[in-house]
Design a protein around this ligand. Structure first.
Ligand SMILES: Cc1cc2nc3c(=O)[nH]c(=O)nc-3n(C[C@H](O)[C@H](O)[C@H](O)COP(=O)(O)O)c2cc1C
Length: 206
């Protein structure tokens, strides 16, 4: 069976983005380890995702058989994102930290993919068991072991929680803390990414 990797990108900074460089590295390592594998990209910087509004909720809480065509249309984008997730064996999320949490684009994606009956069972059990996730996080500050601001690492805590809710317990986090050194020109992008290459390679090899 061919394995499939779903790549979820978030940063709006294109080639200046540290998280995108980490993701690029991950994808290349994953392809080397899975030569027959298929890679699907979901770029949230280019995806115009609506906030959850009253129409979306009305559609969501109407049983499928009773949904109007308009309701089905309202849920279409969410259905597409859920389908991408369901067909992936491994998915990688590359994201910046904004204000101690994930950017609102990624939060928006999460609001669209946590779907009762599809990714979350009606009994509250996650339905994506058996899949793997890797999260590559770029942050200006460092939140690792021994950091005086460790308790502000809400992004990691939050993503671990949400992925667990939809049934994914096999999650590897690679923390690109101190990314501001790249923006400030103190460290080159290549050198920064190289320090994380072994952790990325390990995560991509599984
Ligand atoms: C709007 C904004 C908010 C940010 N908030 C934080 C923050 O709370 N903590 C932090 O460590 N870095 C913060 N940063 C720094 C980014 O996490 C850092 O620049 C990172 O490299 C961005 O990811 P990217 O390079 O993939 O775009 C913030 C940057 C921006 C633009």
């Amino acid at each position: 069976m061919t394995s499939q990797l779903l790549v979820v990108e978030t940063s709006p900074r294109g080639n200046d983005s540290v998280s995108r460089q980490l993701t690029r590295r991950f994808v290349s390592d994953w392809q080397a380890a899975h030569p027959a594998g298929e890679v699907v990209h979901r770029d949230l910087a280019d995806t115009d995702l609506p906030h959850i509004d009253a129409a979306w909720l009305a559609a969501y809480f109407t049983p499928q058989g009773r949904q109007t065509l308009e309701m089905k249309q309202t849920l279409r984008q969410s259905d597409i994102l859920v389908a991408e997730l369901l067909s992936a064996d491994h998915f990688v999320i590359g994201t910046p930290v904004y204000n101690y949490n994930v950017p609102s684009t990624l939060k928006g994606w999460i609001d669209h993919i946590v779907r009762k009956g599809q990714t979350l069972g009606f009994d509250g059990k996650g339905l994506l068991e058996g899949k793997k996730a890797t999260v590559l996080i770029a942050s200006g500050g460092s939140y690792g072991e021994g950091s005086p601001i460790r308790e502000r690492d809400i992004a990691t805590l939050y993503l671990r929680l949400v992925l667990g809710v939809i049934g994914i317990s096999d999650v590897t986090f690679v923390a690109g803390g101190g990314a501001k050194t790249v923006d400030m020109g103190e460290v080159t992008m290549d050198a920064f990414v190289r320090t994380m290459a072994p952790a990325i390679e390990r995560a991509a090899r599984v």
